[in-house]
Design a protein around this ligand. Structure first.
Ligand code: CP
Length: 322
C-alpha cells in the first residue's frame, strides 16, 4: 500500500506481512543489531498537531534504527501558530525532501487529505476520533506474541497466527477512541471475535455497523475473554453529559484486581496508554504480570519499523513515491 490511513486498508495478507516482518526485525534486534542500513538516504517527517509520547518517539526510534533521517515537527512553536495551513505546512516539509510523513492531527480525515497534496507516503499516527492503525498493528503483534507464540512456522501455523477465534473485549470510552475503531477493523480482519463494552453514552451509534458485538455487562464478558483491552477515558473530548462520575465509572467499568480474577487464567490485560490509573484501570492491574502495557510500547517500535520498511524500503534512490 502507498499509504497507511485506516486499518480497513489492510487485507489479511497485508496485515500478516507487516506482523511477520516485525517478527523478523525483532529477531534481528534480539541479536543486538541496533541499526539496519535499509532506509539510508530516506527522510521521515513526524508531523504532530496533537500531543504524543509513545507514537512520536517510537516512530522516531523506528526510522532511526532503519538509518533514515528524521525531522520532528510539532505544531506548537511552529508557524502553525501564525495560521499556516496543514497543506502549506506539508508542502514546506515535502520541499525539504520528506519521503514519508507520519501525521497525528485532531481532525478526523486529515491524513487522508494529506495524501492528495504530497507525493510521499503518509502514515496515520492518530486522527481525531477516527483511526490509529499502527496502534492496532502493535496490539495485534502483542496478542500474537503473548497468546499465539512468536517464531512459529510460517504457512502451517498461519491460521493461529492470524488470531482466528481469539476473543477480545475492548472496554470503556469507545465513542472517542480511534484505537478501538482501528482495533476492531484489524482484529476482525485477522479472525478475532471482538466485543465492545461501554457505558451507553460512550458507545457510538455506528457500532452496529462495525464487525463486532456490543456488550454492556463487563463481568460476564470478562469470563469469556482471551484479551481485555482497557481504553483511556478521554475527558478532554467530552462534556459532563457523556460521563457518569469517576467513582461510578470505576465501579461499573474499571478493571481492578477483583474483576481481573474473572478472566480465564491465560488471558492478558492491554491498554494503549496513556492510562488514567485508578479510573479505567487500577494501578496494581496495570503493573501485574498479566499486563502487556510495557510490552506494547516496546512492540510499537518494531511494528513501526516494519511499516516504514515495507513502505519505503523498496523505493530506489531518487524515486518519488509511486
Ligand atoms: N497510544 C498512544 O497513541 O499513545 P501516545 O498518545 O502517547 O502516542
Amino acid at each position: 500500500n502507498r499509504h497507511l490511513i485506516s486499518a480497513a486498508d489492510l487485507s489479511r495478507d497485508d496485515a500478516v506481512l507487516i506482523l511477520d516482518t516485525a517478527e523478523e526485525l525483532a529477531s534481528v534486534e534480539g541479536r543486538a543489531i541496533r541499526k539496519l542500513p535499509t532506509l539510508r538516504g530516506r527522510t521521515v517527517v513526524n508531523l504532530f498537531y496533537e500531543d504524543s509520547t509513545r507514537t512520536r518517539t517510537s516512530f522516531e526510534a523506528a526510522a532511526k534504527r532503519l538509518s533514515a533521517d528524521v525531522i520532528n515537527f510539532s505544531a506548537k512553536g511552529s508557524s502553525v501558530a501564525k495560521g499556516e495551513s496543514l497543506k502549506d505546512t506539508a508542502l514546506t516539509l515535502e520541499a525539504m525532501g520528506a519521503d514519508a510523513v507520519v501525521i497525528r492531527h485532531p481532525a478526523s480525515g486529515a491524513p487522508r487529505r494529506l495524501t492528495g497534496w504530497i507525493s510521499g507516503r503518509v502514515v496515520n499516527a492518530g486522527d481525531g476520533t477516527h483511526e490509529h492503525p499502527t496502534q492496532a498493528l502493535l496490539d495485534a503483534f502483542t496478542m500474537r506474541q503473548r497468546l499465539i507464540g512468536a517464531g512459529a512456522g510460517a504457512e502451517a501455523d498461519r491460521r493461529g497466527r492470524d488470531l482466528d477465534g481469539l476473543r477480545v473485549t475492548i472496554v470503556g470510552d469507545v465513542l472517542h477512541s480511534r484505537v478501538a475503531r482501528s482495533n476492531v477493523l484489524l482484529l476482525s480482519t485477522l479472525g478475532a471475535q471482538v466485543t465492545m463494552v461501554a457505558p451507553p453514552t460512550l458507545m457510538p451509534h455506528a457500532v452496529d455497523t462495525w464487525p463486532c458485538r456490543a456488550g454492556y455487562d463487563l463481568d460476564s464478558e470478562l469470563r469469556k475473554s482471551d484479551v481485555v483491552m482497557m481504553l483511556r477515558v478521554q475527558q478532554e473530548r467530552m462534556t459532563a453529559a457523556y460521563f457518569p462520575t469517576i467513582r461510578e465509572y470505576r465501579r461499573r467499568y474499571g478493571l481492578d484486581t477483583g474483576r481481573m480474577a474473572l478472566l480465564p487464567e491465560h488471558a492478558i490485560v492491554m491498554h494503549p496508554g496513556p492510562m488514567n490509573r485508578g479510573v479505567e484501570i487500577a494501578a496494581d492491574v496495570a503493573d501485574s504480570a498479566r499486563s502487556t502495557i510495557v510490552q506494547q510500547v516496546a512492540n510499537g517500535v518494531t511494528v513501526r519499523m516494519a511499516v516504514l520498511y515495507l513502505m519505503l524500503g523498496g523505493m530506489a534512490d531518487g524515486e518519488e513515491a509511486a
